[in-house]
Design a protein around this ligand. Structure first.
Ligand code: WTA
Length: 654
């Protein structure tokens, strides 16, 4: 089960037994250089987090660290604070206004350097603009922007006035945007005329207009000019950022928010067709993001830190915006793709800004690996001192390539496991003390109690595999699913009462190291992004020619998993040439390009149980060329053989 669910097989893990202890030089300068931190957190969880919380500037101190009524936690009860104040004002007041917050690099080569003082002004202007458009504390603001500085500015402006934001990744479709805005009744949308990707324009305003046709709650659109092309501007509803924001005063009093006021919503795919709005609140989230950012990446004042994720995903929220800014870190923000205009783009950025810490995803590492080490070798990467990985299990081969060719065998690689729901890194090395094993996320962060359990919820002895669970609350944990407490309970807390179930399989080795094994539910992980099989299936069946569809993740050397769709056409539809391509494109239009199936196979039947449930497990076995698991519950056992033969035969056609 669990170990089959991912590209990493147990055999592959075991064949990689090299270990990498921290060098004495790294250890000597590291923020965490003693194991005591684990014992300290274990002995007194609340005391540990309370000590970390001294890093926060409070407008009013909290009375109580934690209230835990499973499955609901409240942290730092009674405290008042503002995140944008913690990310900006206090640094400026302490004389750190001239420090660079972001080196922004556009895909086509333009640059912007934004100091903390400038960022604060921009955020205040934007916050005032939001207020002038009627946005009040508690109102939801949707943000659909490319990787430009206005994206963090917009998020921080929302945080400043206490209006929860919901960022929608700019690669999502109009329909996905509309669904999200409707789910949270967004009052305002912040978007741009377009985004730039691989030299071409992503029509964000056009998508927004399409989305707004079915999103009546949105009263205004704040429009950033990025590409400068012609876009439709609806009088009274749409306002240009450069008109409305620029004329605002550069000061805006930060709202004193409650520790548990909602900071943001971020939608993520689950096992149904409808994405879940994950709720994060203020104090605990900030604390989790900033503490892990500092200790996992060993962040010092002179670091130049680059997280190459998109701000539209949780990695960007916690580790491009909130964590790094709260820690007064200088960051790099890059707009485009890694191979534009050439495959050395990333390495030229590292060289140019003398990046010291780089955080990215295994799928990107594997792409660089495929392109070859010569692109990195052409640049001076000696500024790097730490590397990070996130989003999916990193195969030992990619880990070693990253360590060798990017890190010059001198930089620790921190493989960090966490989720949109956890808000912060949960299982990770601490680079000054942890002996690394390529492919393992190593140990839970201090204060995080993780375990691996069997079907019954019993802890699996070291050496065994099972389901990952978290047994104690942590500050940045989700506070629920927006508007759906039942689903919250059901998804995360019902399988093992009292324990948080993230949906991942894991194995622990004899040393107690965690090896993540991929999802155990119907969620795929494509290039580090979660996509629900149900979401893709329902997009497919919404085409009138499709009678039924079953979607699974197929192992893929580059993207970890690739989307493989089995499709049954309606009786009167011929599977003519080009239909597969049309359906692939249709899914991309419905959900977004990340959800476009890599393969579509037309089949007359699907393997089902006697009660009619599609057995995706068997389809996964077929697609991944594995021995078929238990087939005794199948209504018709001949179906899988038919599909398997067709699948083998069709491979040659691609
Ligand atoms: C997977 C991304 C193995 C996992 C921060 C999780 C990982 C899902 C790792 C969350 C890792 C993330 N090793 N698997 N280091 N990091 N995952 O919500 O399956 O986009 O449940 O958050 O990605 O994806 P999400």
């Amino acid at each position: 089960m669990a170990d089959q669910a991912s590209g990493l097989t147990i055999e592959a893990l075991l064949s990689e037994d090299r270990t990498f202890p921290p060098s004495s030089e790294f250890r000597a300068q590291a923020l965490v250089s003693s194991e005591d931190i684990y014992a300290e957190a274990e002995a007194d969880l609340e005391g540990f987090w309370a000590r970390q919380a001294e890093q926060i500037d409070w407008f009013q101190p909290y009375d109580k660290v934690l209230e835990w009524n499973p499955p609901y936690a409240k942290w730092f009860l009674g405290g008042k604070l503002n995140i944008s104040y913690n990310c900006l004002d206090r640094h400026v007041q302490n004389g750190g206004g001239e420090k660079v917050a972001y080196y922004w690099e556009g895909e086509s080569g333009e640059t912007r350097t934004i100091t903390y003082a400038q960022l604060l002004e921009d955020v205040c202007r934007c916050a005032n603009a939001l207020k002038s458009l009627g946005v009040r504390k508690g109102d939801r603001v949707a943000i659909y922007l490319p990787m430009i500085p206005e994206l963090p500015v917009a998020m921080l402006a929302c945080a400043r006035i206490g209006a929860p934001h919901t960022a929608v990744f700019a690669g999502f479709s109009a329909e996905s945007l509309s669904d999200r805005m409707n789910d949270c009744d967004a009052k305002l949308l912040i978007t741009a005329d377009g985004g730039i990707r691989k030299g071409s324009v992503v029509p964000l305003k056009k998508n927004s207009d399409e989305a707004l046709k079915t999103s009546p709650s949105v009263e205004h659109v704040l429009l950033v000019k990025r590409t400068g092309e012609d876009v439709a501007v609806q009088e009274g509803r749409d306002l240009w950022w450069h008109d409305v924001v620029s004329e605002q005063p550069a000061e805006c009093e930060p709202e004193a928010l409650d520790s548990e006021d909602m900071l943001y919503l971020l939608y993520t795919s689950g096992t149904t067709a409808k994405p879940k709005g994950i709720v994060h609140t203020t104090a605990g989230y900030l604390l989790g993001a900033m503490t892990t950012h500092k200790l996992v990446f060993d962040i010092k004042p002179d670091d130049v830190y680059w997280c190459a994720a998109d701000v539209g995903w949780v990695t960007g929220h916690s580790y491009i915006v909130y964590g790094p800014l709260a820690n007064h870190t200088t960051g790099v923000m890059y707009e485009g793709v890694p191979d534009f205009p050439a495959r050395d783009r990333w390495w030229s950025i590292v060289e140019k800004y003398k990046v010291t810490v780089l955080y990215t995803a295994p799928t990107a590492i594997r792409a660089h690996m495929k392109w070859g080490p010569q692109h990195a070798e052409a640049h001076d990467l000696s500024s790097l001192r730490l590397l990070g990985s996130v989003g999916e299990p990193i195969n030992p081969e990619a880990w070693l390539w990253y360590y060798r060719h990017i890190g010059g065998e001198r930089c620790p690689v921190v493989d960090t496991w966490w989720q949109t729901e956890t808000g912060m890194i949960m299982i990770t090395p601490l680079p000054g003390i942890t002996t690394l094993k390529p492919g393992s996320a190593t140990r839970p962060f201090p204060g995080v109690e993780a375990d691996v359990v069997d079907e019954q919820g019993n802890s699996v002895p070291l050496g065994g595999a099972g389901y990952l669970v978290i047994k104690k609350p942590w500050p940045a944990m989700l506070r629920g699913i927006y508007g759906d407490p039942e689903r919250y309970q059901q998804t995360y807390w019902s399988r093992y009462p009292g324990m948080y179930f993230p949906g991942d399989g894991a194995k622990r080795d004899e040393d107690g190291y965690f090896w993540l094994l991929g999802r155990v539910d119907d969620v795929m992980n494509v290039s580090g992004h979660r996509i629900s099989t149900m979401e893709v299936e329902s997009a497919l069946v919404s085409d009138s020619r499709v009678a039924e569809a079953a979607v699974i993740g197929q192992r893929d050397d580059l993207t970890g998993e690739a989307i493989f769709a089995f499709v049954i056409l309606r009786g009167d539809v011929e599977s003519e040439k080009g239909l597969g391509e049309e359906l692939r494109q249709y899914v991309a239009t419905k959900i977004g390009a990340i959800a476009r199936p890599k393969r579509i196979m037309f089949t007359p039947e699907l393997p089902k149980t006697r009660s009619g449930k599609i057995m995706r497990r068997l389809l996964r076995d077929i697609a991944n060329d594995r021995q078929l698991g238990d087939t005794t519950t199948l209504a018709d056992t001949s179906v899988v053989e038919t599909i398997r033969e067709a699948s083998t035969a069709s491979k040659g056609d691609e």
